[in-house]
Design a protein around this ligand. Structure first.
Ligand SMILES: Cc1cc2nc3c(=O)[nH]c(=O)nc-3n(C[C@H](O)[C@H](O)[C@H](O)COP(=O)(O)O)c2cc1C
Length: 334
């Protein structure tokens, strides 16, 4: 499949998740296969335009992650167009616009999901961006703002007309946040109505669900929390599409993933860690493992004990030991 001129080798992608889908995590997921596209954590258009180091850091990616989409948030057409040019200058393949974030801090600035409440304005944002850059501009939205404003079908058409090259829809309203379930019938109806590719997003936690959703009429599936629980899920879905059984993931594989993640994070952002973080770089890595741990341990035998232990580990040595004894008891750690 293609987004504009960008070829995707698989219709499955890692959904953008603030605080979670950093470059190290994306690389590890991508290495397993089955992942056609990665999207960065959302970054501020304002921060990009002003060249704020911290913002630029969130937008960093490595060559092995391509094709890469950088997701930006903001609400001013001129600033969003300028931010799209920064993204293009950074060499990204795609620039994506966040129209789904329900967090008040973002939504109150006329960004995130509140853009869905002003469809004509949202379309102007996309038109300004599409005019400013050559790379494809895409949009990620929700079903709408609330039950009374489920306007994703109309907005999707408007942003397509304004120049969007693809859209992704998480089938919940902002008011729902993560409660209830994602409305995939709505997403399939939008996919049916649009000429550009439509990705669906929401509630795929097993590889079989990803394949079923793809068959429901969307062109691609974005997987969020399912990847945090099981970073092999996209590779397993690709196995199923090929008619193979989904690959088995052992406890040892799961342990190695965490150890590799620690090692990659230790090499990240080292040069400026002192400038931005009051604590040491190790502390930042520990917090990252804790954040992932809250998802990664779900559904595992003894997972809640492991989660508590990860949350109370105070050094990387302790964390490595914990991971070793939980996942790799019979295998050498290193
Ligand atoms: C921790 C977390 C952070 C998220 N951050 C973003 C974000 O930065 N941008 C965005 O468009 N969606 C974000 N989302 C929404 C996901 O991309 C996705 O659409 C949603 O979680 C539903 O898919 P899932 O059920 O597969 O997780 C986030 C979701 C979670 C759980």
């Amino acid at each position: 499949m293609k987004i504009g001129s960008v070829d995707l080798l698989s219709p499955f992608a890692i959904a953008p998740m603030a605080g979670m889908t950093d470059s190290a995590f994306r690389r590890l997921v991508k290495r397993h296969g089955g992942c056609g596209l990665v999207v960065t954590e959302m970054v501020s258009a304002e921060g990009l335009v002003r060249g704020i180091d911290r913002t630029l850091e969130y937008a960093e990616y490595t060559e092995e992650e391509r094709p890469v989409s950088i997701q930006i948030f903001g609400g001013d057409p001129g600033k969003m167009a300028a931010a799209a040019q920064v993204v293009e200058g950074m060499g990204a393949d795609i620039v994506d616009v966040n129209m789904g974030c329900p967090v008040p801090k973002i939504a109150k600035h006329n960004a995130g999901c509140s853009l869905m409440r002003e469809p004509a304005h949202a379309a102007r944002v996309i038109a300004a961006m599409a005019k400013a850059v050559k790379i494809p501009v895409t949009v990620k939205m929700r079903a709408g703002w609330n039950e009374g404003e489920r306007n994703a079908p109309a907005l999707a058409k408007m942003v397509e007309d304004a120049g969007a090259a693809a859209i992704a829809v998480h089938g919940r309203t902002a008011a729902q946040s993560y409660s209830g379930s994602a409305d995939w019938a709505l997403v399939a109806a939008i996919a049916d109505d649009l000429a550009i590719p439509v990705f669906g997003s929401g509630d795929c936690v097993e590889p079989e669900q990803i394949v079923e959703r793809l068959a429901s009429g969307v062109q691609g599936v974005l997987v969020g929390r399912g990847v945090l629980r099981n970073p092999w899920i996209l590779a397993q879905a690709a196995d199923l599409v090929r008619g193979l059984p989904a690959r088995r993931v052992t406890l040892e594989d799961r342990g190695r993933f965490l150890l590799d993640y620690i090692d990659l994070l230790l090499c990240e952002r080292v040069r400026d860690a002192e400038d931005f973080r009051p604590h040491s770089h190790d502390r930042w890595v520990i917090n990252k493992i804790r954040a992932l741990g809250s998802w990664y341990t779900k559904g595992l035998d003894g997972g809640s004990h492991l989660r508590t232990a990860i949350n109370s580990a105070s050094s990387l040595a302790q964390l490595r030991e914990l991971i070793g004894s939980f996942f790799l008891a019979a295998a050498p750690v290193g």
